[in-house]
Write a protein that binds this ligand. Structure first.
Ligand code: ATR
Length: 290
């Protein structure tokens, strides 16, 4: 399986006169895992597209719409630092992109550009498929209040069974601003390090970058106080895959979900929006692992 995925990921589709272009824009972009995932999926289904990384500087972002229309680029993923900037470039925003305040996917149809955000879909799909959560527990704790936390708070609040979300962040003001803007009266803010909200929670999601390599010995819950076996613990950090938080959660008897799921499912949704085909999620996951 590994050899197959590796071979697929490294061999781009055959490029013909009819091949359509997909890609990802970012600054930087060379580290992106998206080309490997998407090209593996395209090759697997034999679709006539190619997915390329494009290094786009912030001062050029206003020209992106013209570039897409001129070259007939079918779709783009958008990564740091352009997720807000492209909101002014597209003709329409999806409801998710509008509410989250960020675009990670652009779909181009005959000159018309729609900005969407598939990160919220990605976490919801990962909770369902990787975490086994058909519905979410009433009490949820999110760690972090940056861009990822915005999409995840939006996704969590789509579930009407969620009664209270506690957003804990190093900078309290930032958590408060997020809660005020997106909390819909069901979220409260607190400081990272407060373990009290964990006791009643059934789901904990780390949306901060704490634990990301090279600081892999750090955990957003310190020594792990408050973790318990009634929790599902998700870490969106996927380098390393088994973060300190996930190790602590496992030791406490909690169910754990690593960050590959959200990454793969947000990509799968974008793939489906562009190609109209169901994405081969396992092929994309194997390409990432390879
Ligand atoms: P992203 O778009 O990936 O969410 P971001 O907007 O830079 O990135 O947000 C990073 C999150 O990780 C923030 O919640 C940040 O906390 P602050 O709002 O206080 O900056 C959190 N974070 C990053 N490094 C941290 C650290 N060393 N300790 C605690 N929190 C940290």
């Amino acid at each position: 399986m590994k050899a197959l995925a590796g071979a697929v990921a490294l061999a781009p589709s055959v490029i013909r006169g009819s091949t359509q272009i997909l890609g990802v824009i970012g600054d930087p972009v060379a580290h992106s895992a998206s080309p490997a995932m998407h090209n593996a999926a395209l090759a697997h289904l034999g679709l006539d597209y190619v997915y390329v990384p494009c290094h786009v500087l912030p001062e050029r972002i206003s020209q992106l719409g013209d570039a897409m229309r001129t070259l007939g680029i079918r779709g783009l993923n958008v990564t740091v630092p352009h997720k807000q900037g492209v909101m002014d470039v597209v003709d329409d925003l999806s409801e998710a992109a509008r509410q989250i305040g960020a675009v990670n996917t652009i779909i181009h149809d005959a000159g018309h550009l729609v900005g969407d955000n598939t990160d919220a879909y990605g976490i919801a799909a990962s909770l369902r498929e990787d975490g086994g959560l058909e519905s979410l527990p009433p009490k949820v704790v999110l760690l972090g209040a940056g861009g990822a936390a915005r999409a995840i708070l939006h996704a969590v609040l789509q579930d009407n069974g969620v009664e209270q979300v506690t957003v804990l962040n190093r900078t309290l003001d930032r958590a408060q601003d997020l809660v005020d803007e997106l909390g819909a009266g069901r979220a409260t803010a607190g400081e990272l390090g407060d373990s009290e909200p964990l006791a009643a929670a059934g789901l904990l999601i780390n949306c901060s970058s704490v634990g990301l390599a090279p600081n892999a010995d750090a955990s957003p819950v310190g020594d792990g106080t408050g973790l318990h076996d009634g929790l599902v613990v998700v870490d969106i950090v996927y380098k390393p895959l088994r973060t300190k938080l996930l190790q602590q959660a496992e030791a406490a008897g909690a169910r754990t979900v690593d960050g590959l799921g959200m990454l793969v499912h947000q990509a799968a949704r974008a793939f489906e929006l562009w190609t109209g085909q169901r994405a081969p999620v396992n092929v994309m996951r194997q390409a990432l692992l390879a």
